[in-house]
Design a protein around this ligand. Structure first.
Ligand code: FES
Length: 156
């Protein structure tokens, strides 16, 4: 470095520039190392969610927007059908005997089969189970066939 009042030499300017480049070059890997120390955890709601007590589920079809499922109750039998379109994930709505997706017009039969539109697969059925406290639990991360039924005789 130069003293105050004397102009910097070419050598000192080049030395400062080289030192700055070396420092900046070291920051990149250091930043990547620091990013690796922070855990990449996604905090999402659990996929097994309580639906409520069987007695709270109405006979027939009940749409649960908070879960993205239709609960299907027939007396003491319970099932859960996903309301998420298998095309691009829009929420389907009940229409006639089946379901209709408002986004691109896919249509699904009452058993979830895709019958029209671009949807490549049927709506998936979700397994239901009973919690220890008697509440229905739907597993939004699993799939069962349309014939899978949970029968609840007490408290329904
Ligand atoms: S998202 Fe349902 S048809 Fe495209």
């Amino acid at each position: 470095m130069s003293d105050a009042g004397t102009p910097p030499t070419r050598r000192s300017v080049l030395a400062v520039a080289a030192g700055s480049c070396a420092c900046l070059g070291a920051l990149g890997p250091l930043g990547a190392f620091g990013a690796g120390l922070v855990p990449r955890v996604r905090y999402e709601p659990p996929l097994r969610r309580k639906v409520g007590r069987p007695s709270e589920v109405a006979e027939g079809l009940t749409f649960r927007a908070d879960l993205g499922v239709f609960l299907v109750r027939k007396e003491t039998s319970f099932r859960a059908l996903s309301a998420v379109c298998t095309h691009l994930g829009c929420t389907v709505s009940q229409e006639g005997e089946g379901f209709h997706c408002p986004c691109h017009g896919s249509a699904f039969a009452a058993d979830g089969r895709n019958v029209a539109g671009p949807a490549p697969r049927p709506l998936p059925w979700r397994p239901l189970s009973l919690a220890a406290d008697g509440a229905l639990i739907v597993d939004l991360g699993a799939e069962v066939g349309p014939e899978a039924v949970l029968t609840v005789t007490e408290g329904a």
